[in-house]
Ligand binder design. Structure first.
Ligand code: NZQ
Ligand code: ZN
Length: 383
């Protein structure tokens, strides 16, 4: 097991009716900016619950943070927050609103154009305090410090994370997920699943606890995924889904293990160029990536086939293929198409994507073996 340091400063408040506990969590007298998305919280009662809980505070609202939040929109929030001397931020929404708020709180304290710290994350140092009310289980943003921001002007999608971008607390009430459309539920299941795979499906590192945690989350998502997406909302299924997504990316399963993240990095390009949902990009890229890297992921792929899919028979090659096929079928059964042609995308953009990685000089994957040529091979496998 590799050395590691673990610290996660987010307080998790989980369960039915917990939005009402908001007021007790925010220091009295704070001037709050409440950030949210395109309006789903006004239809499902979350907005009213939050406003009622914050009735004793001075609150400025900033709505309209879009899925795949943009620098252009978020800079408007920064200007408004400065104008009103805001000193606490509350994100109410899914990963996009929470990520957008992480950018806002960091930009508030940054001297210069904040896009600089997206291009060079070591430039960001401090962030103002913020918290979240999560409405969409998927990204884990409610209990991690990562943030993924897009820039319309250049069609870029980049990530940053600093120690101060952990939410101070996050409220997770599974009932608020009852209004989610099937498309977002399916995206969320895939996103959580692939987060686990990025930290699990690499090479063995004698990380027995982390492996069993990871396999537990994967098995849970397989057990409940289709029911969550297709059946009438069930509180306990939604609670397990919500906790799975949080546990998938809050640092617990990444302790001392090698990590991949190439599926995410390539997927971000498909969102940046074609606007595909984040979860969709992962369902497209990941099966092809596993096929392209199966030689050096072999030991973990066999473990995954055995423990997660109970594939016990066949040659090593057959078991690995069967596990990848089952993974792809799992995504398709959630209603997500896994091939680019099903979204009318052909190979014309591949040069642009490959060039971007070549120019950045990034070496992707747990062994840094995913070069621009391998990225092209992976993309060809997605057609
Ligand atoms: O904007 P509103 O009207 O609120 O509607 C949203 C949005 O249209 C809707 N929604 C959210 N909660 C709802 C709801 N509709 C009905 N009922 C509810 N309870 O769902 C739509 C999608 O929301 P969004 O926040 O964009 O989805 P998600 O949570 O999947 O976030 C995706 C973003 O997170 C980034 C992705 O790249 C993408 O930009 N990620 C962030 C990560 C992190 N911070 O650690 C890691 C991830 O890998 C990911 O990259
Ligand atoms: Zn993700």
């Amino acid at each position: 097991m590799n050395n590691f340091v673990f610290k996660n400063s987010t307080k998790l408040i989980f369960g039915k009716g917990t939005i009402s506990s908001l007021a007790a969590e925010i220091p009295a007298g704070r001037r709050i900016m409440m950030t949210y998305g395109g309006g789903s919280i006004k239809k499902n009662g979350v907005y009213d619950q939050v406003k009622a809980a914050l009735s004793q505070f001075s609150v400025i609202e900033f709505g309209g943070i879009e899925p795949n939040p943009t620098y252009e929109t978020l800079m408007q929030a920064v200007a408004l927050a400065k104008e009103h001397h805001i000193d606490f931020f509350l994100a109410v929404g899914g990963g996009s609103v929470i990520d957008g708020t992480k950018f806002i709180v960091t930009a508030m304290l940054y001297n210069g154009d904040p896009w600089e710290f997206m291009l060079n994350p070591s430039k960001a140092q401090h962030a103002m305090p913020f918290a979240s009310v999560l409405t969409l289980p998927a990204t884990g943003s409610e209990m991690n410090n990562g943030s993924v921001i897009s820039k319309k002007a250049t069609q870029e999608k980049l990530a940053f994370a600093i120690a101060e971008t952990y939410p101070q607390f996050s409220i997770l009430d599974p009932e608020v997920t009852f209004s989610l459309p099937k498309r977002q539920l399916a995206n969320g299941v895939v996103d959580a699943y692939v987060h686990v795979m990025e930290q699990y499906l690499t090479y063995p590192s004698e990380s027995m606890i982390q492996d069993r945690f990871a396999e537990g989350i994967l098995s849970t998502l397989i057990e409940i995924g289709e029911k969550v997406v297709n059946d009438e909302p069930d509180y306990d299924l939604r609670a397990n889904f919500m906790l799975s997504a949080t546990m998938a990316l809050n640092g617990f399963i990444s302790m001392g293990v090698p990590q991949d993240w190439a599926t995410h990095m390539i997927g971000h390009e498909l969102t940046a160029l074609f606007g595909l949902d984040h979860g969709v990009t992962l369902a497209i890229i990941e099966p092809s990536l596993l096929r392209a890297t199966k030689e050096y992921k072999k030991t973990k792929l066999l473990q995954y086939a055995d423990r997660v899919w109970s594939i016990k028979h066949g040659t090593e090659e057959e078991r690995i293929e069967a596990a990848i096929d089952k993974t792809e079928a799992f995504y398709r059964n959630l209603g997500i198409k896994t091939k680019l042609h099903e979204y009318n995308i052909d190979n014309k953009s591949f040069d642009t994507i490959v060039d971007r990685f070549a120019k950045r000089g990034w070496k992707l994957g747990e062994k840094q073996l995913i070069t621009p040529d391998v990225i092209r091979e992976i993309l060809n496998g997605c057609l």
